[in-house]
Design a protein around this ligand. Sequence first.
Ligand code: GAR
Length: 190
Amino acid sequence: MKQIAVFASGTGTNAENIIKYFNNNAKARVVLVLTNNPSSGVITKARALSVNTIVFNKIQLQDREGVLKTLVDISIDLIVLAGFLLKLPSIIINSFNFKIINIHPSLLPKYGGKGMFGNNVHKAVIANREKESGITIHYVDEQYDNGEVIFQVNCKIEPEDSVNELAKKIHQIEMEHFPKIIEKLVINGT
Ligand code: GAR
């Protein structure tokens, strides 16, 4: 059984969707949800689905004996960032080479980088009158939104679409594609 860990900082709808997707999967499951945010919605969502959760601080994230040790001790095969807003330190990135993936709510390299998360991304896309946006699933390296792209899918933006309408379209394609890509990577190898 392959073991997945999910990092999240916000509402946690992607984490919840991924946990449910793997609930009935014989080959992989989410064994741990980690967050830097004690009031993140992901905590109640994960607990309701009987997945262990850990809240950590910035010192524990940087410490070899902290978050990294937890991940190594339970033999995590794939780390999934699902709305996780901190940069992972190099000690974790180097220990999980090509075993950490992130989802970003735009077609990278457009609308990526520091400060570009959630609705900030959609606001910028709408302000620039883009005709399409989408999602990018990519490997994580030491720079924001920079690692090798694994998968992208786009969605159309109508001229009258608001930021909220774009957010809904993005949410829908995230729900549809992210667990399937995770499944391919974790079962077939990254
Ligand atoms: C998702 O839309 C994800 O793509 C985005 O945060 C949202 C988290 O929602 N990630 C980023 O913007 C990363 N730069 P959720 O907490 O409901 O899963």
